[in-house]
Design a protein around this ligand. Structure first.
Ligand SMILES: Cc1cc2nc3c(=O)[nH]c(=O)nc-3n(C[C@H](O)[C@H](O)[C@H](O)COP(=O)(O)O)c2cc1C
Length: 271
């Protein structure tokens, strides 16, 4: 009996030692026009995490042009908007999914206010964002510079025009990152770059369409097969202009998805 009790006690002890506490996740996001909120809610639903919106004291409730002018001024002057106090305590979470719209190539100003005032040290931070054409990579770099004591993990970004792809992409993203359980078929590597053929150049043109911030012709391409279609990474020389600036020729990288039976679309642009 004594021996049985000793073994039982050891088994219970061993079990409690190996049982690690599941990391506690918070989805924290700013969204002006609701796009980033769609991603935030999809993350929250899949993760079963807590969620909170970051709310500026004075909302950005003007039209697009008014928002451009206000935020440009705030960023130029380093005078970031006040935000309402959070109801959640960042200290009690291990991992923060931090969401925002990309404004001028980086996270929107309310995020700057948040990270200037809250303590993210020792936390894992997973950036997620929505954008017109791109900006996840540049935003993640800016976060890394701003939060040297946090671990900035690979993030998720999606074009505002592709929000219908969010449920499927979020599922893969969370499984690949081991944030949720489940297997995903690994994707093959992209081919080495080669000059775009006429057919590939036409796919690039169709994907970019008349998007105003891209004025470019395909140069080189890498591609791979994916379940249900093909993915391309094009490099191209772009001569689009921002506002009244003189156009400067710049090499851009454009990611294109061509699903079987659907028109090709670009998924992001890296500048
Ligand atoms: C002030 C401002 C600046 C923006 N700058 C960019 C940009 O640099 N790159 C980009 O791809 N999209 C840019 N956008 C588009 C937004 O990122 C996009 O509409 C986003 O999905 C909005 O998210 P929300 O609905 O959560 O606010 C900008 C939008 C605004 C209002």
């Amino acid at each position: 009996m004594k021996r049985f009790l000793a073994i039982a006690a050891m088994t219970i002890l061993a079990a409690s030692c190996t049982q690690s506490k599941a990391p506690k996740a918070l989805v924290l996001y700013y969204s002006q026009t609701g796009n980033t909120e769609v991603v935030a809610k999809a993350l929250q639903a899949s993760l079963g995490a807590d969620i909170e919106a970051i709310l500026p004291v004075v909302p950005y409730d003007g039209d697009f042009q008014a928002t451009i002018e206000r935020s440009r001024k705030e960023m130029d002057e380093g005078a970031f908007p006040e935000i309402q106090p959070l109801s959640k305590d960042i200290k009690s979470y291990d991992i923060i999914f931090l969401g925002f719209p990309v404004w001028f190539g980086t996270y929107a100003p309310p995020i700057e206010t948040l990270i200037n005032s809250a303590d993210f040290s020792g936390k894992k931070v997973v950036p997620f964002c929505t954008f017109g054409s791109g900006g996840l990579e540049t935003s993640a770099e800016a976060l890394k510079a701003k939060l040297p004591n946090s671990e900035i993990l690979p993030g998720y970004g999606v074009r505002a025009a592709r929000l219908d792809a969010v449920p499927k992409e979020i599922d893969r993203f969370l499984k690949e990152g081991k944030f949720i359980e489940g297997e995903v078929e690994p994707l093959e590597a992209f081919s080495a770059p080669s000059p775009a053929t006429e057919e590939e150049a036409a796919i690039f043109d169709a994907a970019v369409g008349d998007y105003p911030m891209i004025k470019a012709k395909a140069d080189e391409v890498r591609l791979r097969d994916i379940p249900g279609g093909k993915e391309y990474i094009f490099t191209a020389k772009d001569t689009s202009r921002f506002g009244n600036e003189e156009p400067v020729e710049k090499t851009i990288t454009v990611y294109v998805l061509a699903e079987d039976g659907k028109a090709p679309v670009f998924t992001k642009v890296a500048r």
